[in-house]
Write a protein that binds this ligand. Structure first.
Ligand code: PMP
Length: 296
């Protein structure tokens, strides 16, 4: 990209780089590319969805002058929305559970967002809904918003197709709202229906920040099971160990959901005769320094 005086921060959204794993890949006949979403301006894959949801609401006239955005979130979405609200000159209130880490609260406040703490995540959702009911607020609701997966259909998917020159055979992504996997699956299957779409989720009893194994009744509204060819479950221990190996052996400093997705990709690579796997690395390790992810 050439830079000139009209280059703006939003031009730096997406077009994230990919690097092939060099040391932890168990199968030399398979290439595993890590797509580094932590290089987005707000530090995570969620910048894409946040931009797309705010832009969509503005274009459709749902977000009118004087209205405020509100969202219950504890993670990357909150930081991404705070960044995008600052770029669009919008006010935003983010409602977080009390146990949200200090660096997350401070990151959102750094972009000028108002942060409200609730006792629990459920409490945060209830509070946000109450505010919306009062009027003057718009909730983007990433779990049900087509602009969430639309961002990945329009950008992440095409970037992967372009950068692998159409040679991708498998796409691996951790699933939270499922926006990433739903959008990328739509795009890649249109180019080549043979591309295998693999979702990664935590095993029962395992906790991996940013992703969930959703009980049937809580599945995100945007999730369509038939767009995922295979779901692989990863234990918390495997996700932690792979996150640490990524940092120590590959120089890739990332969060635990990336470790989970790469753990699934390594298992998959071991099963294949050959192939080209692309695995999403949703964010950077800095965001987890106050946890014990990298300690010991
Ligand atoms: N990993 C992390 C750390 C995340 O914050 C998210 C977003 N919740 C994901 C993975 C999953 O992305 P998506 O919501 O698009 O499924």
């Amino acid at each position: 990209m050439t830079v000139n005086k009209n280059t703006k921060l939003l031009d730096l959204l997406g077009n994230t780089p990919m690097a092939a794993l060099q040391r932890i890949n168990p199968n030399p006949a398979v290439t595993i590319y890590a797509k580094l979403e932590g290089t987005n301006p707000g530090g995570s894959v969620k910048d894409r969805a946040a931009y797309s949801m705010i832009k969509g609401a503005l274009d459709r006239g749902e977000l009118k002058p004087g209205m405020q955005l509100i969202e219950a979130t504890s993670g990357n979405t909150g930081i991404a929305l705070a960044l995008m609200a600052s770029l669009f000159g919008l006010s935003i209130e983010l409602v977080l559970p009390q146990d949200a880490t200090r660096e997350r609260v401070l990151s959102m406040e750094a972009f000028g967002a108002k942060v409200t703490l609730a006792p629990t995540m459920e409490g945060a959702i209830d509070y946000a809904n109450e505010q919306v009911a009062k009027g003057g607020y718009l909730m983007l609701n990433q779990f049900a918003n087509p602009d969430n997966y639309g961002a990945h259909y329009r950008t992440t998917g095409p970037e992967i197709w372009r950068d692998t020159e159409g040679h991708i055979t498998h796409f691996v992504s951790a699933m939270g709202t499922t926006g990433t996997i739903m959008g990328v699956s739509r795009y890649l299957k249109e180019q080549n229906p043979g591309v295998q779409i693999v979702g990664c989720q935590p095993m029962d009893g395992s906790r991996i920040p940013g992703i969930r194994k959703w009980p049937e009744a809580y599945l995100p509204k945007i999730f369509e099971r038939e767009r995922v060819d295979r779901i692989m479950e990863v234990s918390e221990a495997d996700a932690v160990q792979t996150t640490r190996r990524l940092a120590r052996e590959e120089g890739i400093f990332c969060g635990m959901s990336a470790g989970g997705a790469v753990a699934a990709a390594l298992r998959l690579a071991g099963e294949l005769k050959e192939g080209v796997i692309v695995c999403i690395i949703p964010d950077r390790g800095d965001r987890y320094l106050s946890s014990d992810l990298f300690a010991g």
